[in-house]
Design a protein around this ligand. Structure first.
Ligand SMILES: [Mg+2]
Length: 163
């Protein structure tokens, strides 16, 4: 159980994820969370650094698919602005959310990474399918009330499970 909650990598911001390093690992597909990973929760702006990182990824040949528990309208908006695929209404951490993204990306366990800000959805879901997982710090302190409750539990696990 705890093993599945441990990310392969931890970074401050998605824009600090080193794309060259992923490529060296053979990774060319990225399943990515939306709220507080790509954009602040409840806001529709895209931080320039994040935008640049995505652009660089596309130029290097990475394919992205957003997997989010957010509304389809919101997911569609970011997917179109960032040139990403998207999996809708597939609740994380259930495997079908990630499987739907893998199908769209034509990806597999060896060439796909998952990036997100939550251990119990993004990291747990990705690890269950043996994908390479990267935990980022949430962009904004503001978040869904249910998420805030989970943060208390996450903090305990991060302390115990530094990679
Ligand atoms: Mg999130």
């Amino acid at each position: 159980m705890f093993r599945r909650l441990k990310p392969d990598q931890m970074v401050e911001c998605v824009c600090n994820v080193r794309l060259e390093e992923l490529m060296e690992r053979g990774i060319c597909n990225i399943i990515i969370d939306l709220d507080n990973t790509l954009a602040p929760w409840g806001e529709d702006q895209i931080i320039p650094e994040v935008y640049q990182w995505v652009k660089a990824g596309h130029e290097m040949g990475f394919k992205f698919c957003i997997v989010s528990n957010s509304s389809p309208k919101r997911v569609r908006y970011f997917a179109s602005r960032l040139g990403m695929l998207a999996a809708f209404k597939r609740w994380k951490p259930f495997s079908r959310a990630f499987k739907s993204a893998l199908t769209q990306l034509n990806g597999n366990q060896r060439n796909t990474a998952v990036i997100g800000d939550q251990i119990f959805t993004d990291i747990f879901g990705g690890n269950r399918l043996n994908l390479y997982t990267i935990l980022v710090e949430p962009i904004s302190k503001k978040e869904f009330i249910g998420t805030r409750v989970m943060r208390f539990l996450e903090k305990t696990i991060i302390k115990r499970r530094k990679p």
